[in-house]
Design a protein around this ligand. Structure first.
Ligand code: PEP
Length: 270
């Protein structure tokens, strides 16, 4: 695993929650491997040692950038976790265009985003497929970052709680409690992603509490307390601190604001 190598300190557990904060950068289909190297070098230069102590920082580039970033992070002993944005659940075979969890694990990937709303809506991924991906990521000794969240229509129809509990319960059903404690869930209201209008801290915290309650009712309080829950949707350096002050939230999944190293460093430092 490339992650956590180097001289910078390991992130400390948040004493208020007993969990380690995580800030994950979802680059989506942006930045080629040369641009990726520049962005990560600049980000590393901007961050202070204490930033790495505060939280785990996970970078999720396009697949084609991963090998270059693995080499950079490894050789320069940077304290970033390497991430992926997607995976397939089968180990190998005739699945043109797909990438297996074993392949990602071999590249030193630590965290894999699963079930992002763009995968659900553009690529028609359903809860059943996402559940298989969550299991495959765990089976390859990596951590899934499971994305859940309601659309604007579901929200206005009063269905947010139903959607969240269905998405969470289907995804975790087949996972054993010992493994499940390592899960990360990103609560990403679909209407907040890329819109410039984030959820309020209260709505984000209420969503996270509902997700934790769902895990508790299906598995146990112990597992529910261990799972890390992030907020994602139009987070910037102007609002990141507000979300991180909520004891319901363990970090952030950041899209647009993670592409520019100055913005992303400011967001972490805020
Ligand atoms: C995302 O795509 O997961 C996301 C949160 O995007 P943005 O920060 O741009 O809203």
């Amino acid at each position: 695993m490339v992650a956590r190598k180097g001289e910078a300190p390991l992130p400390k557990v948040n004493p208020r929650t007993g969990r380690t904060r995580l800030i994950a950068a979802n680059w989506k289909m942006n930045l080629n491997h040369l641009e990726a190297i520049q962005v990560v070098q600049k980000l590393h230069f901007k961050l202070r040692t204490s930033d790495y102590e505060y939280c785990e920082i996970s970078i999720h580039p396009p697949f084609v950038d991963i090998r270059s970033l693995q080499l950079l992070i490894d050789s320069d002993r940077m304290n970033f976790s390497l991430g992926a944005q997607n995976c397939y659940f089968e180990a190998k075979g005739a699945f043109t265009g797909e990438v297996s969890t074993q392949m990602l694990s071999k590249l030193g990937v630590r965290n894999v985003i699963v079930g992002h709303s763009e995968r659900r809506s553009i690529f028609q991924e359903d809860d059943g497929l996402i559940a298989k991906k969550v299991k495959a990521v765990f089976d390859s000794q990596m951590i899934p970052i499971l994305c859940v969240g309601e659309t604007a229509d579901e929200r206005s129809d009063g269905l947010s709680a139903d959607v969240l509990s269905r998405q969470v319960s289907t995804a975790i059903k087949a996972v054993t409690p010992e493994v499940l404690s390592n899960l990360v869930i990103a609560y990403e209201p679909v209407w907040a992603i890329g819109s410039g209008t984030p959820a309020s801290v209260k709505d984000a915290s209420d969503g996270a509490d509902l997700i934790r309650g769902t895990i508790e009712s299906i598995k146990s309080k112990e597992v529910a307390q261990a799972v890390r829950i992030l907020y994602g949707g139009s987070v910037t350096s102007a609002n990141s601190r507000d979300f991180l002050e909520s004891s319901s939230l363990d970090g952030l999944l950041v899209g647009g604001a993670s592409l520019d190293p100055d913005d992303f460093a400011a967001l972490i430092e805020a």
